[in-house]
Design a protein. Structure first.
Length: 555
């Protein structure tokens, strides 16, 4: 392997427009503008990480000041200007990181420095990386100079967050949106790079690296660098090795898992998932891959291998196409909705792995799949096709818990299993307590001397919805861990009914305590303006209303 100490992302950084990949149109536009002396006052490059924003900024700086070539800088940095700019030590090209120099004083120093012409080059150039990090005052200080700079001054901005830059700044720049690098171009580039590094890498491994990098050249080179370092000399970097290094698993395993879910085989489902989990797969990565698989099952007929961006090989593509021919679209859409729901649940539960296992088991019953039934017979008997009644039940359930972390009822049990009667935890002679509002719940806790519950309800509960035997509250980290369990138990004791308490990501009402404080403030303001209080103040100049208490609070 090549022993050059530089990391690949720096070693193979483009030095001319000819070396760029995936940005041909932008390169041609810039070259043409320089050739005819119509270079703009300011360039603005935007795009995701690793697609060449800062690289192009440096190439533009070299192109503007190159002593040999007009348009594209000289290759191999033959002239003194190109060589100095590549080494970041040219006196007339200043590269600034806006993430570390965000203030208006930094920009004022820049403007002051711009008053003097270039020393050894044609243009004085300011390259500002991550320009969106500048403060509002810094942007305002830059506006006038940016609009009418001296003829020898050029600005080049780079950013990943174009929306954070004021419109007044964007309108003064010539904007270039850098696109993600196409999979085929990135694959060919990595193939050539691996050969230059004397690395033995399989095509399937390179395709997975391309997929993980998501169109970023820097990410792809960093991943390839890490992969090459993980193998011995003359050893091939295979797909299985790359999957193990980067925590990815074979799509074929996911297809097998999806198949046993459709068959309704619980034990096999858990067994296959645990094999995937034992390889170190992050639950969120698993869910994203599961969503991707659902997408392929739904749209496989409109895709081809090239269009899937190396996500599928020939065998996986053919297998998905075969299975999808027997799948019902309603089931796939339902699975998609339910998988999206589990993403929000993962942010709340402490053990995400257990949540994923329960999610997979719920999928089995979601479509009414027969347990241990054969895969082919399930399709032929259309066990996976939702009936009108079950579809309606699920739609209602989804709409009811639109932004709520909630359990979805088992469809097969809804139609077949009789609900068990709740056991009463109170004697028949004991009178039931009617709790029909949040305030009445607090009052009951006060009457029953449940101090801890009362404190949590008043201070840490943000109510979203209070219905018959159902309470929905916002997720709050301050809530005691046993609060929901304790409250559910007490409500069952007091009312003789099973209550459901759910956590929601919807921002609920302010707490009861905050409401009381706000109410007191309003009442104190009213009393201060009242005729009686104003009369009292005439006789007692230093009188001041500090607090009020109602009867319930006294108790």
């Amino acid at each position: 392997m090549n022993k050059n100490s530089k990391v690949l992302a720096l070693k193979y950084r483009p030095q001319t427009f000819k070396d760029l990949i995936g940005q041909k149109t932008i390169a041609e536009t810039i070259i043409n503008s320089i050739k005819i002396d119509k270079a703009p006052n300011a360039y603005l490059f935007t795009g995701i990480r690793g697609v060449g924003k800062t690289t192009i900024a440096r190439i533009v700086a070299k192109s503007l000041n190159c002593l040999n070539v007009k348009g594209d800088p000289c290759e191999e940095n033959l002239c003194e200007n190109c060589k100095s700019i590549s080494n970041s030590n040219h006196i007339d090209v200043l590269e600034m990181d806006a993430a570390s120099k965000t203030g208006v004083d930094d920009v004022r120093d820049l403007i002051e420095f711009s008053r003097y012409g270039p020393t050894s080059a044609k243009y004085k150039i300011f390259i500002i990386d991550e320009v969106h990090m500048l403060s509002k005052q810094a942007f305002n200080a830059l506006l006038k100079t940016l609009e009418e700079p001296p003829s020898y001054l050029k600005f080049i901005f780079a950013t990943t967050e174009i929306k954070k830059i004021p419109v007044t700044v964007v309108s003064r720049c010539q904007r270039f949106d850098l696109s993600r690098i196409k999979s085929t171009e990135l694959f060919d580039f990595l193939k050539k790079t691996s050969l230059k590094e004397d690395g033995n890498v399989s095509d399937e491994a390179l395709k997975l690296i391309v997929k993980i990098s998501e169109g970023s050249v820097r990410d792809a080179l960093s991943l390839l660098d890490r992969g090459l370092l993980s193998v011995k000399e003359n050893e091939e970097l295979t797909l299985s090795k790359v999957q193990k290094i980067f925590g990815f698993f074979d799509k074929a395993q996911l297809i097998d898992l999806f198949t046993v879910i459709l068959e309704g085989n619980e034990s096999k489902t858990l067994e296959l998932y645990r094999k995937i989990y034992d390889r170190g797969i992050d639950p969120k990565v698993f869910i994203n891959d599961f969503l991707e698989l659902l997408y392929y099952f739904k749209n496989i007929n409109s895709l081809n291998l090239e269009g899937s961006s190396f996500s599928l090989n020939d065998t996986e593509y053919d297998e998905i196409k075969r299975i999808s021919g027997n799948l019902d679209n309603k089931t796939l859409i339902l699975f998609w909705q339910f998988t999206i729901k589990i993403m929000t649940e993962l942010d709340i539960v402490s053990n995400q792995n257990l949540s994923i296992e329960m999610f997979l088991l719920r999928l089995i019953y979601l479509g009414g799949v027969k347990k241990n039934g054969s895969f082919e017979s399930n399709f032929k008997n259309k066990d996976l096709t939702l009936t009108d009644d079950s579809s309606k039940d699920i739609k209602e359930n989804f709409s009811e818990s639109n932004k709520t972390i909630n359990q979805i009822k088992n469809i097969s049990q809804t139609t077949k299993v009789e609900p068990k009667k709740e056991l009463k935890t109170f004697s028949e002679g004991l009178k039931k307590i009617n709790i029909n509002s949040f305030s009445s719940l607090i009052k009951i806790c006060n009457d029953k001397k449940e101090v801890k519950l009362k404190y949590e309800l008043e201070n840490n509960v943000n109510l979203v919805k209070f219905e018959n035997f159902r309470i929905e509250i916002s997720f709050n980290e301050k809530l005691d861990k046993s609060f929901i369990k304790d409250l559910t138990s007490k409500l069952n004791d007091w009312t003789g009914e099973r209550w459901i308490i759910t956590l929601s990501k919807i921002a609920g009402e302010i707490s009861y305590k905050e409401k009381l404080i706000n109410f007191k403030k309003e009442e104190i303001e009213k009393i201060n303006k009242s005729k009686l209080f104003l009369e009292l103040k005439k006789n007692f100049n230093d009188i001041k209303l500090v607090n009020i208490k109602n009867k319930d609070e006294e108790e």
